[in-house]
Design a protein around this ligand. Structure first.
Ligand code: NAD
Length: 540
């Protein structure tokens, strides 16, 4: 085909309601039943072939930890080496595909995801990662489809970004993929991020080895099958679940490592960066390191805040998906004049939150992801109970009999430097510090310097002067900043996501800024009628 097709302008995938009586509710319930009554066998996929090399891990449900959902095979070193060889071989063809053909694969994947695969993807995210129907829908269906469609659209815009030419000369930028492979390491908490990290570079002709998180591997495996059904050629994205240490040892040691696309915790990203730095002189180029990492996200209330809006933002921001969103609110600063009302309302509303198995659609909060997370959060609560500087305002209990349940908890401390105000817990624990109304200036400094992270943050104020002051003083305190809204729920195409400081490289997933990291442009100057005399006129 010799046409230059325009990529359809994307719109955000509409969120289905799952209200009683809707067809999506019936479909999701059926998919939960079906997926929940089988043990899925998840292979390693290299060059389009499924491998079952022997060593396996059992995958269980966070809300029912005796319920086995899947068995996942672990890629051994030799197979990982084959995966690198196969991917670099596949790139020789893939990078020369017409952009329209590459784009078509990912646009088709989005359509398959939102159509025939939607219920299964949401069911896998609910069963495997403990999300409620709404949380699964906004992640595994809508955000992932948005990533695919918007990235294709942004990639097209990037390709159109061209230098000027002058008469007789045609200048072009050739957006080459990086030479080598991308190591995509994905977290448990968003199915959408799982799908985005290997596909964003691939849209631009890169090849990737995708190491999914063990605790998200069921939904990630379903998405990999969608990519295959959409026509992704073998070898372009190799699906390599495995032990982190083994996978990293092989991939980081290879001279063809061209980039790491990571989302996860700050310590792991530090480790990866250091290991790459140690081997720098052995790589063909400088590997691009893109990492979106931890957070200790704030909600700051001014004395003029609308309290009802503030309460809703605190509840949704801190406790949806059990506080396991990277953007979740985990520290808040409330003025003394508002605190009695805020405390009372939060306590009353928190008493109404239903915790349990999200397969029961009346549940708002599910279980935390695994035993490791449960133990960590339980320790935080034990320490809080014994600490005279901390008061448990609401919640504080844990229960691991059926699933990894940690109650939504509100802590209050009189010490703004206390570690409950600075350490990322990654669970349903919100810490509060009550400041004196006349210490607005001091509290802005506290919010800015209170934690090493700078991912998301929100200010609630009706007084415009307070909004303006906070905007200036908190400019570097968050990469996603909200005024009178909760600090979670960024939408692809609307609020490009990422933060600075210890929260990552802030390359804004699902935006043109992220895609820029996966190209290495070549400048081409072509001259129609080149000079044929070396002497310049001034020489005469
Ligand atoms: P994690 O760091 O434990 O794991 C992330 C991924 O890294 C997983 O696939 C894991 O298996 C892998 N991993 C762990 N050690 C590794 C190693 N040595 N080499 C290679 N890979 C390794 O994080 P998680 O528990 O999956 O996710 C939670 C964290 O992710 C939180 O800190 C959260 O704030 C962060 N997060 C950030 C964003 C963002 O956009 N900033 C988004 C989602 C999650």
């Amino acid at each position: 085909m010799s046409a230059i097709g325009n990529i359809p302008v994307p719109i955000n995938e509409p969120i289905l309601s799952y209200a009683p009586g809707t067809p999506e509710r019936t479909a999701l319930q059926a998919a939960i039943k079906e997926l929940g009554s089988t043990v899925t066998d998840i292979p390693v996929v290299v060059n389009g072939l499924e491998h079952r090399p022997g060593k396996t891990i059992n995958i269980t449900s966070p809300q029912r930890h005796r319920h086995q959902l899947a068995t996942v095979h672990q890629a051994p070193a030799a197979l990982l080496q084959d995966a690198i060889d196969g991917a670099t071989e596949a790139q020789k063809d893939w990078e020369h595909w017409a952009f329209a053909d590459r784009a078509a694969v990912f646009m088709k994947a989005a359509d398959l995801l939102c159509g025939p695969w939607r219920a299964r993807m949401n069911a896998a995210t609910l069963l495997g990662q403990g999300k409620t129907p709404h949380q699964a829908e906004i992640d595994a269906a809508c955000e992932l489809a948005d990533f695919l469609r918007f990235n294709v659209h942004y990639a097209e815009r990037l390709l159109h970004e061209q230098p000027i030419s002058v008469p007789g000369v045609w200048n072009r930028l050739d957006y080459r993929p990086l030479e080598g492979f991308i190591y995509a390491i994905t977290p448990f908490n968003f199915t959408a991020i799982g799908g985005n990290l290997p596909t964003a570079p691939a849209i631009l002709g890169n090849v990737a080895l995708w190491k999914p998180s063990t605790t998200a591997v069921l939904s990630n495996w379903l998405f990999y099958q969608i990519l295959q059904e959409a026509g992704l050629p073998p070898g372009v994205i190799q699906f390599v679940p495995g032990e982190s240490a083994t996978v990293s040892d092989v991939l980081i040691a290879d001279s063809r490592l061209a980039g790491i696309h990571f989302t996860g915790s700050t310590p792991v990203f530090h480790q990866l960066w250091k290991r790459v730095a140690d081997r720098l002189d052995q790589y063909r180029g400088y590997p691009r390191l893109v990492g979106e990492t931890g957070g200790k996200n704030f909600i700051l209330a001014h004395a003029s805040a609308d309290v009802d809006a503030l309460i809703t933002a605190l509840l949704r921001g801190a406790f949806e998906y059990q506080g396991q969103k990277c953007s979740a609110a985990s520290r808040c600063y409330i003025p003394r004049s508002l605190w009695p009302r805020v405390e009372e309302q939060l306590r009353a509303e928190m008493a109404m939150i239903k915790m349990g198995d999200p397969a029961d659609f009346s549940v708002f909060v599910g279980a935390v992801i695994d035993q490791r997370a449960y133990n960590r959060l339980e320790q935080v609560l034990i320490a809080a109970k014994a600490d005279p500087r901390v008061r448990i305002v609401a919640g504080g209990k844990c229960d691991a009999r059926e699933g990894w349940f940690v109650e939504p908890t509100l802590l209050e401390t009189t010490d703004p430097q206390h570690q409950i105000m600075s350490v990322e817990f990654f669970g349903p624990i919100l810490s509060a510090y009550v400041y004196e109304d006349n210490q607005w200036d001091e509290v802005l400094t506290l919010v800015d310097s209170g934690s090493p992270y700078a991912l998301t943050g929100a200010i609630f104020a009706q007084d415009r002067r307070a909004v303006v002051e906070a905007d200036k003083r908190l400019r570097h305190a968050a990469g996603n900043y909200y005024v009178n809204d909760k600090c979670t729920g960024a939408v692809v195409g609307q609020q490009p996501f990422g933060g600075g400081r210890a929260s990552g490289t802030n390359d804004k997933a699902g935006s043109i800024l992220n895609l820029c990291r996966w190209v290495s442009a070549r400048t081409i100057k072509e001259t129609g009628n080149p000079a044929k005399d070396w002497r310049y006129p001034y020489l005469g």
